[in-house]
Design a protein around this ligand. Structure first.
Ligand code: DGY
Length: 425
């Protein structure tokens, strides 16, 4: 039975492979998505190393001159998705969106090298060069205070679209001129699992604002209507900078080594900006009001992944994990079950995402909390065994939520939480 799960995982990735790139799932997400694609690369590489590397290369191919790498790349036009290329009007050689995504690629590249998925030196040099330019873009266009934490300018940029962390900051976004549009997501997935209409109007209003600036990233990051330091994107960037530094050392890039090291030092010193003393946890903070969200999500636990926080802060985060584990059957829910907005089936308000679990588990392991790391990995494998390759899962019942036949869930099974179960069968 477990063997056939791995076969299914491979066939999902092959089915979602549209040439040199994969889509997250057909219908709901029919284009190349930035962080989805990066996670898919390690799944693909587990059975076809060359294909894993091309996935990374096609993603970085969409890089703009300023170093920015978009969150959606539109290589075809597919009416099953809204908002498509004509709505976004990204300004580069390949049609794209105008916001970015959590920069997981450098970390995925390091893992692929560690797993001995071979990559010729000239290819690796080109990948490194693109990644350095992208991380520089984050420094210039998302870290305005210069303290090593980064703002997200759209709930979709941080990839956790519908988290309640954005409810208050996005409530001041003017939606009065959004106009008529037709959502497509609810024709693929039960509306009870998707963001509500009010949230969608805000997403579209923010897109329209960004487009009206001609995707001027400095302006949007400095003066746009939504600027929240996203705890998830910040922690992921810190880890990605550590992995980029590892790559720079491997490739003997002396100047880059200094530059990246200074980014990491700044982030380590600045990370307390996200520490919320009332709830004793790392939380997102709205730069426009200075207010912390005070909300504990799965992204809060990425502090282990970034390897930041004092030993007292780490202990406090572990206590939260332990408390939450008593309230769920499966770790790690995307929202604290004690939060009034907790909803086990609705997008980023409760369900478990395997890619978040992968990063959290890796962080717990690297910080020496091996039992917790293994618990998160086991729960992830159990979810797939119980329900299949859904986009996400209820932390209460384990039922699948969101899209089906999802690339990154298949990739996580193959590269992380399923491989040892397969050999056991
Ligand atoms: C969507 O359309 O729901 C996406 O998550 C945007 O990235």
């Amino acid at each position: 039975m477990n063997n056939s799960l791995s076969d299914r995982a491979r066939s999902i990735l092959n089915e979602n492979d549209l040439g040199d790139y994969t889509v997250p799932t057909k219908g709901l997400y029919p284009y190349q998505w930035n962080w989805d694609s990066a996670f898919s690369a390690i799944g693909l590489a587990s059975f076809n190393s060359e294909r894993g590397w091309t996935e990374i290369e096609t993603l970085l191919d969409a890089q703009w001159e300023c170093g920015f790498v978009p969150h959606i790349i539109f290589r075809v036009d597919d009416p099953s998705y809204f908002p498509g290329p004509q709505v976004w009007q990204g300004r580069a050689h390949i049609p794209s969106s105008g916001i970015s995504n959590p920069p997981v690629v450098a970390s995925i590249v390091r893992t692929m090298i560690g797993n001995e998925f071979e990559c010729a030196d000239d290819r690796l040099q080109a990948i490194f060069h693109s990644l350095l330019r992208w991380h520089r873009w984050f420094k210039q266009c998302r870290d305005f205070e210069g303290n090593g934490v980064v703002v997200s300018v759209h709930p979709w940029e941080g990839g956790r679209d519908n988290s309640p962390e954005w409810d208050i900051p996005a409530s001041s976004v003017d939606t009065s001129n959004v106009g008529d549009y037709q959502r497509r997501d609810t024709s693929h997935v039960d509306a009870a699992m998707r963001p509500k209409q009010q949230d969608y109007d805000r997403y579209i209003a923010l897109l329209q604002y960004g487009r009206s600036t001609g995707w001027d990233h400095n302006l949007i990051g400095e003066a746009g209507p939504f600027r929240v330091v996203d705890v998830g994107m910040t922690m992921i960037l810190i880890k990605a900078n550590r992995d980029l530094l590892w790559l720079a050392k491997r490739l003997k890039k002396t100047v880059a080594i200094q530059e990246i090291s200074s980014w990491i030092d700044t982030s380590e010193q600045g990370i307390d900006y996200l520490w919320d003393e009332k709830v004793n946890a790392f939380c997102s903070r709205d730069t426009m009001t200075g207010e912390s969200s005070g909300i504990i999500t799965n992204a809060s636990f990425l502090s282990f992944y970034a390897e930041v926080g004092s030993s007292v802060q780490k202990q406090s985060m572990l206590s939260h994990l332990e408390r939450i584990s008593k309230q769920c059957s499966f770790l790690v829910p995307s929202l604290d079950p004690e939060h009034p907005e907790f909803d086990a089936m609705r997008y980023w308000r409760g369900p478990v995402w395997l890619v978040l679990n992968y990063m959290i588990s890796q962080g717990l392991f690297n910080c020496g909390y091996r039992d917790w790391a293994e618990k998160v990995r086991q729960d992830s494998g159990d979810l797939v065994q119980q329900s299949g390759f859904y986009e996400s899962f209820s932390p209460t019942t384990g039922d699948g939520t969101g899209g089906e036949l999802f690339s990154w869930t298949a990739a996580m099974w193959l590269a992380w939480c399923g491989h040892d179960r397969e050999t056991m069968s």
